[in-house]
Design a protein around this ligand. Structure first.
Ligand code: UT7
Length: 322
């Protein structure tokens, strides 16, 4: 019997503190006008001093569970996609599991900004094989902790937040057309040096700060994201025109526009939260999904194509009927 990975509920959490472009321009040589023109970002959220990635993840997961009409004990798999774990170990997912009183297995997954797509792909495979019944797939980041606040090329781009989805394995009859229809993930480690941290437990014994060759990543992003979207559609034998909503990773409005132009997609179908969230890395896709469900744009039954590209380089796309 073939099983489908059905999305039952989506939740989000954003820290209270808003950091504006104007505040940043008092710290580094930048301006509100430059940031808006080159990225579309107006503000981003920053986690409080004692707020950990797991706190953000737990808050988003609780909302997703409530909306799914499920409880922590119904969950037997938790995957937290994060680049900014609470600690080097144990996994941030372990703390999330304990807080939610969930069962089964819980682990972190590291694919930087593509983390949510990689985690959803992983959960889909676990559910399809019957190795878990109900999973929480979470993207959670406190990226502000690994930024070099003197580097204007990166510190203006990122923000903190978390998004979560509850997915359930259902028979095709029960799913009735809903569920994850296809996924596609890729890594090309030869582009490692385009986006990385200059520290880590094994190499330096420190956490390190984000380093990026922004314009090179930009060029890769438009190319690979477009390719991943077409591949995910091809794998589901679905024309891209049939997609109701595009939920992209929120790195830069110009990337969203570039991809839409390249694939002939109406920008009205592209969900954009970059102005208010900035780039929240692994959290950005579920945060954008949650925003568009909450404001009534994305409804049950809609066909949604999610995509992302991040450090590694990694990239991917996932097509799902909600
Ligand atoms: O989520 C993971 C994937 N990440 C991404 O997808 C990010 C992709 N990259 C980007 O979004 C863009 O490349 C950036 C927003 C990072 C930069 O925009 P750009 O148009 O590619 O600018 P650039 O890097 O080519 O730099 C152009 C100029 C440089 O000055 P000079 O050398 O021409 O004098 C930079 O120093 O812009 C300067 N610059 C800034 N100026 C004011 C870079 N950052 C800033 C800033 N404020 N914050």
């Amino acid at each position: 019997m073939s099983l489908k990975t059905v999305i039952l509920g989506v939740g989000a959490y954003l820290p209270a503190r808003v950091l504006t472009n104007t505040e940043l321009s008092q710290r580094v040589d930048t301006s509100d006008a430059w940031i808006i023109e080159r990225t579309g970002i107006r503000e981003r959220r920053i986690a409080g001093e004692t707020e950990r990635t797991s706190d953000l993840a737990i808050a988003a997961a609780r909302q997703a569970l409530e909306r799914a009409g499920r409880d922590g004990k119904d969950i037997d798999l938790i995957i937290v996609a994060t680049t900014t774990p609470d600690l080097t170990f144990p996994a941030t997912a372990a703390r999330v599991q304990a807080a939610l009183r969930a069962q089964g297995a819980a682990f972190d997954l590291q694919a930087v900004c593509s983390g949510f797509i990689f985690a959803l792909t992983t959960a889909d495979n676990f559910l399809a094989r019957g190795q878990a019944k109900r999973a929480l797939v979470i993207g959670a980041e406190t990226f502000s902790r690994i930024l070099d606040w003197d580097d204007r090329g990166t510190c203006v781009l990122f923000g903190d937040g978390a998004g979560a989805v509850v997915v359930e394995a259902q028979s095709e009859a029960e799913a009735n057309g809903r569920g994850v229809l296809s996924t596609f993930i890729r890594t090309d480690g030869r582009m490692h040096d385009l986006l990385y941290t200059d520290g880590g437990p094994s190499q330096t014994g420190t956490v390190g700060k984000v380093r990026m060759v922004g314009n090179a990543v930009f060029r890769q992003a438009v190319e690979h994201i477009s390719g991943a979207m077409l591949e995910a559609c091809a794998r589901a034998d679905t024309p891209i025109d049939a997609v109701d909503w595009f939920v992209p990773h929120q790195a830069n409005q110009r990337i969203l526009d570039g991809v839409a132009r390249k694939l002939g997609i109406s920008t009205e179908k592209v969900i954009s939260t970059v102005a208010l969230h900035g780039n929240t890395s692994a959290a950005s896709v579920p945060l954008a999904l949650e925003a568009a469900i909450s404001d009534g744009r994305i409804k049950q039954g809609d066909l949604v194509l999610m995509e992302a590209l991040g450090g590694g380089l990694t990239w991917g796309a996932a097509l799902a009927r909600l």
